[in-house]
Design a protein. Structure first.
Length: 436
């Protein structure tokens, strides 16, 4: 094992051996190299005459660039968008994102969390977390309605075992009993459990109520108190898109950080959906754990391991994407712009609810509960989802996603409010076509 990895391990193990034990074998061996990167960082500060350290080209004291490229980037200098970013992410963006995270999650006030590490959006963040924390055979607890890419990230790449609980109970709320039973059953055979909490949920668009979220957190804390090491991953890809008053308006991460030595919270979020910049690929990993003494050194160790994982996979996330995200966040109109887009999304979601309240659809499907995010799902009663999807696409030019045998996902995020009625009427016609 590299001496740098040993040093980081000692810091983590001394602060909280349970967190150290949750690291994968890869995670225990990870470190951030001091070689070229650290020497280049030193040279950047002190090499006032010549700096011949890093693999970039300069010209007349500036970053070498093609005029045709920089002409397309309005408002950014070449060094702000064309140079390599640090594997940790650019510091101003990391600080700005943490500041905004605390503003959006008031329950984090006074709680110790790490500085976010920048990833190439959330999918890459999940992959980094998987490398750092998941060993082959580890149990991943997920609802039966889940984003399909979890299979590739955790099962295929890391050979973890995914175990499901029922997302909804008979009342249409979060199935707390199924969730608790699943944890308790798996804890009997495993000393470590990984729980992924994806709210707003993809594919259903459901976020728990405040009461449900409090109970979810209590179940996790209770199971940790009983002696199970629990890694609770909050996949907050659609954070902020909450459309109803009774749903949780914060990340459930805020309910579980600093609560128990055996409970480690990891928050994955990003500008992708929150700021409507899907192609910029800017995401973040933030840690929230329980340590007896100072959190700073331990979080620094976890951040260095995480940056090592980024360095060893993609080197660094796009500097252009990071700078554009940061500049937007610093804009005077940033919050008003976000509110305007949120209102459009909310209007679409509420229009879907209004349209689906019509009794004419009841014999064709039952909508799963939804109150947030980009999506909602239909549970078809009399036809199967895949034949209906293909029929709607070929006959009516309507594209939807089939999930399982009877579930159909509708992304109302890309449907204008005025088109919602026609969309569902067309789906209903497709059901009738197949039924006849």
């Amino acid at each position: 094992m590299n001496p740098l990895a040993k040093e980081l391990n000692e810091v983590i193990q001394k602060a909280n051996p349970h967190v150290f034990n949750m690291l994968s074998e890869v995670g225990k061996n990870l470190y951030f190299p001091k070689g070229i990167l650290s020497q280049s960082a030193e040279a950047k500060e002190k090499a006032h005459k010549f700096n011949a350290t890093i693999g970039m080209a300069t010209e007349k004291g500036d970053t070498m660039h093609l005029p045709s490229v920089i002409a397309m980037v309005n408002g950014l200098k070449p060094k702000e968008c064309l140079t390599y970013a640090p594997s940790f992410g650019i510091m101003p963006l990391r600080r700005a994102w943490k500041k905004e995270m605390l503003k959006k999650n008031p329950s984090l006030e006074g709680k110790a969390i790490s500085l976010p590490i920048v990833t190439n959006a959330i999918t890459h963040g999940l992959s980094v977390v998987s490398d750092m924390w998941i060993n082959p055979g580890d149990v991943i607890i997920l609802p039966d309605k889940m984003w399909g890419n979890y299979n590739l990230i955790f099962s295929v790449r890391r050979q973890a075992k995914i175990v499901h609980f029922s997302l909804f109970d008979e009342t249409g709320g979060f199935n707390l009993k199924s969730f608790q039973d699943c944890l308790e059953t798996q804890a009997k055979a495993n000393k470590k459990l990984v729980v992924i909490l994806n709210f707003p949920n993809n594919p259903t668009g459901y976020t728990p109520t405040v009461s449900e979220a409090d109970t979810i957190a209590s179940i996790l804390i209770d199971q940790a108190t009983r002696g199970t090491n629990i890694l609770a991953i909050s996949d907050d890809a659609y954070f902020g898109l909450f459309y109803e008053n009774n749903s949780l308006k914060e990340s459930i991460f805020s309910r579980i950080v600093n609560q128990n030595p055996r409970l480690l919270g990891i928050k994955l979020d990003g500008a992708t959906k929150e700021n409507y910049v899907w192609g910029l690929r800017v995401g973040f990993i933030t840690y929230g754990a329980y340590f007896e003494n100072s959190h700073e050194d331990v979080y620094n160790a976890l951040e260095r391991k995480t940056a090592g994982a980024v360095r060893g996979s993609i080197s660094n996330a796009s500097h252009l994407g990071q700078s554009m995200t940061l500049k937007s966040m610093q804009s005077d109109t940033y919050w008003s712009e976000k509110k305007s887009k949120f209102n459009i999304m909310k209007e679409r979601a509420l229009e879907v609810k209004r349209v689906l309240a019509d009794p004419k659809y009841r014999d064709a499907w039952e909508p799963y509960p939804f109150n947030s995010g980009y999506f909602m799902c239909l549970k078809l009663r009399n036809v199967e989802a895949e034949p209906l999807r293909v029929h709607l696409l070929e006959k009516y030019g309507v594209g939807l996603i089939s999930l399982g045998k009877y579930d159909l996902r509708v992304a109302f995020s890309c449907i204008e409010k005025d088109d919602v009625q026609e969309l569902f009427d067309t789906i209903l016609q497709g059901v009738k076509d197949l039924g006849s």
